[in-house]
Design a protein. Structure first.
Lengths: 270, 92
């Protein structure tokens, strides 16, 4: 390709399903595009495609990731341009295939090729730790773990962190999703410190549980665009931290008073 | 073992219950020690010790737990064995 850009590939993963990987991928990717970066969001959940509807791009799909990998189309043809941001693209998952359709080496090759032309490749991993997870992490430089403040999600996150480290993907970053400040205050929900204490990895952000996420998903417009919600703002802060800005945790993000400025010196400034 | 005792019997905050339960399951998740492997280790440890002493097998307690080493913040997994000795054998 032309001049080497060498972007950064970030895999969004969790182990447990339903914690918000796809929503997080869509919002981080869109947030980075708002910040002027060129971005591809790659839906790696073959057979259970969803990023297209979350992004509101379901009507534009012609080819998918399996078509690209199998050579039925060129990479450029497989990419779908976002409606709102011209430097934002989606590479959709195949819906009628399964996870055996892509091998880790093929994925790595694909991601490496994308890195030549884009600043960030956001890979939305499927739930689980099997095949789909294995190829999702194959081309990634950085892993972001999404968890919710529930015992099952944190346990699975811990497992995934162990597997990532065994695969040489060190220093994963944590996003705590769907935190409910009033429950944290009552002592009925694990807070940021509890979860950080257990998982012992760096925190990238905290996203409050927010009805606006349901509404924005209904409309196919990631919440980070309007930013009239706490969750939308939290995702924008995460995008800023990824590009190396130091952003303090929001009031709503911080679980206890005075816990503000334990701010992460983000190491994404690669 | 009795982490719950520290907090007393009164209205336990449910997040603390979650945290303690989580810590306990993670000890097992994180160590690659399967229950079978632990059982095999137990048998071997007993075999070695009984060469030197009679032990109370009923009172035997061997488990994987988590503890902090001095000057270290992150806890590490540790094998803790509590083996009551009833009589030291005279091997001379």
């Amino acid at each position: 390709m032309d001049n080497e850009k060498l972007g950064t590939a970030i895999v969004i993963t969790s182990g447990k399903g339903g914690v918000g990987k796809t929503t997080t991928s869509a919002n981080i990717g869109t947030g980075l595009a708002i910040l002027g970066k060129s971005v591809v969001i790659l839906d790696a959940d073959i057979g259970l495609r969803n990023l297209d509807v979350v992004m509101g791009l379901e009507n534009r799909i012609v080819y998918d990731i399996v078509d690209v990998v199998e050579g039925n189309c060129r990479l450029k043809q497989g990419l779908i341009r976002d409606k709102r941001f011209e430097k934002l693209y989606l590479l959709p998952a195949a819906q009628t295939r399964d996870k055996s359709a892509v091998k880790p080496e093929q994925m790595k090759e694909l991601v490496d090729e994308l890195k030549e032309d884009f600043d960030y490749i956001i890979i939305d991993s499927p739930a689980g730790i099997e095949q789909g997870f294995q190829y999702s992490i194959a081309g990634a430089d950085i892993a972001v773990i999404v968890t919710t403040p529930e015992i099952s999600a944190v346990r699975d996150a811990d497992r995934v962190i162990g597997i990532l480290e065994a695969k040489g993907l060190n220093n994963p970053k944590l996003i705590i999703n769907r935190i409910r400040p009033e429950m944290v205050k009552r002592g009925d929900m694990m807070n940021r410190d509890d979860i950080e204490d257990i998982l012992a990895i760096g925190l990238l952000g905290i996203v409050p549980d927010d009805e606006e996420i349901v509404i924005s998903t209904n409309k196919g417009e990631p919440a980070v665009i309007e930013r009239k919600s706490h969750a939308g703002n939290a995702y924008m802060n995460i995008a800023k931290r990824i590009i190396g800005e130091e952003v303090e945790l929001l009031d709503i993000e911080s679980s206890e008073e005075g816990k503000f400025s334990k701010i992460l010196k983000m190491l994404f400034g690669k | 073992m009795d982490l719950f005792k520290i907090f007393g019997k009164k209205q336990e905050k449910s997040k603390n219950v979650a945290k303690e339960r989580l810590k306990l399951v993670l000890v097992h998740d994180r160590s690659d020690l399967s229950p079978q492997l632990l059982e095999m280790m137990k048998t071997d440890i007993i075999r070695v010790i009984t060469e030197y002493a009679d032990i109370d097998e009923e009172g035997l307690d061997i488990k994987v737990t988590r503890m902090k080493k001095d000057g270290d913040i992150t806890p590490v997994s540790a094998l803790v064995a509590n083996i009551p000795i009833t009589k030291i054998k005279d091997n001379k």
